[in-house]
Design a protein around this ligand. Structure first.
Ligand SMILES: *Cc1c(COP(=O)(O)O)cnc(C)c1O
Length: 388
């Protein structure tokens, strides 16, 4: 299988080779690598709930009481009561009639999009949408029409000019995962109404992050009830694993019957579902966590902007630092790691060629002192490397 070797060699030459780094998490924002402790700024654990005592307690109790695995898919084996509770809470949180939990956010997007759209339909998709949306579009066999990032004029013209014999969908990330900016949902909803299109929003990085109480993008814009398909994850702010779709009861009934990633996969472990439920309850009880997160992110972003970094229009907990060159981005991340700070170096194909960047994520669990130290290290290394 020489072609494998050739392909990997090419990645290496382009500075795009990826490696796994072993680590041991210590708490929500610290991890050890080979006996040294690092500040974690590369996780999507925006509220630090992976390590909240009530959330851990719920997961531990669920394992002890109900065992470690679910034993089968929800339709064939049985639907754990925790699922029923979690989906009711998610629907209430999102202001929809119903919700459905999938095993991952990836599976929620792939399963939902491929169940809803079919040949003859057209999906209008932002060019920076997450890979799981792109894969869902491919699997659906609908025609995918990509519009420039948040380019509403282009979206309007494509909606008018693209022939379509079936249904139209507009799908967007709510908060874009590599840029940290927010979709122009008010415009999208308006264009969708005019064009008779359905709107799907991926709130993976918006849940627990934007909108009142962290309710996501539609709530942020006061557009609850205007998004037909509201997707999100349990794996980021909610500190567990899984994805969800919230919407009408009709939509959820349809997905239970048609979404293959839901039907043909073993249910999540009771501990995973219990953790998500406890996290959601905690978020509802303590919505001020969301404000703390926003203040932390704003603090770091302001420091970096004042130093001259381009943070790609971010307004959320994802703070990119644009570098451009892939090799330089990897070097930047490596030097930060030497300083005890873990950030992701994001390169193509995750982002367009020439827009490699550090992707820094802020958590409500970071202290002011940690953010100040991180910002100083980023500025010092950025100057040394000529990024600013
Ligand atoms: C992380 C992410 C997903 C996938 O969610 P997982 O639970 O990690 O599978 C989907 N969409 C976006 C925008 C994401 O950032």
């Amino acid at each position: 299988m020489d072609f494998l070797h050739t392909a990997l060699q090419q990645l290496e030459q382009e500075n795009l080779y990826r490696r796994l780094v072993d680590y041991t998490p210590q708490d929500a924002v610290h991890a050890d690598i080979e006996d040294r402790q690092y500040l974690m700024m590369a996780a999507n654990n925006y509220l630090g709930l992976t390590h909240h005592p009530a959330v851990r307690q719920a997961a531990a109790a669920a394992s002890l009481t109900y065992g470690t695995g679910s034993g089968g898919s929800r339709l064939t084996t049985g639907n754990h009561l925790f699922y029923r509770q979690l989906e009711l809470q998610l629907a209430a949180f999102k202001g929809t009639e119903a919700a459905l939990v999938f095993n991952t956010g990836y599976m929620a997007n792939v399963g939902t999009i491929s169940a809803l759209a079919e040949q003859g339909d057209v999906i209008f998709s932002d060019e920076l949408n997450h890979a799981s949306i792109i894969d869902g579009c491919r699997l659906s066999r609908a025609k995918a029409v990509v519009y420039g990032h948040s380019n509403m004029d282009q979206l309007a013209s494509l909606l008018t000019n693209t022939p379509c014999s079936g249904r139209r969908f507009i799908i967007t990330d709510g908060v874009f995962s590599m840029d940290g900016d927010i979709a122009r949902l008010a415009d999208i909803v308006q264009l969708a109404q005019k064009a008779n299109a359905f709107v799907m929003v991926d709130d993976a990085h918006a849940t627990g992050v934007i909108g009142p109480g962290g309710r996501g993008t539609a709530a942020h814009f006061g557009l609850e009830g205007q998004v037909h398909i509201s997707m999100g994850t349990l794996s980021k702010s909610l500190g567990s694993e899984g994805g969800y779709v919230a919407g009408s009861q009709l939509l959820i009934d349809y997905l239970v019957n048609k979404a293959r990633s839901f039907i043909f996969s073993t249910a999540l472990a009771p501990a995973t579902v219990a953790a998500a439920l406890a996290a959601l309850n905690h978020l509802s009880a303590k919505p001020d966590m969301v404000e703390k997160l926003a203040a932390n992110a704003q603090y770091l972003r302001t420091e970096l902007n004042m130093a001259g970094f381009d943070t790609c229009g971010s307004t959320t907990a994802i703070v990119p630092v644009l570098v451009g060159d892939a090799a330089l981005t990897v070097e930047f991340a490596r030097l930060l790691r030497d300083e005890g700070i873990l950030v992701s170096a994001i390169r193509p194909p995750t982002v367009p060629v020439g827009s490699s960047r550090l992707r820094i994520t802020v958590s409500a669990a970071h202290s002011q002192v940690e953010l100040t130290e991180a910002s100083k290290a980023i500025c010092t290394i950025g100057r040394r490397l000529g990024v600013i």
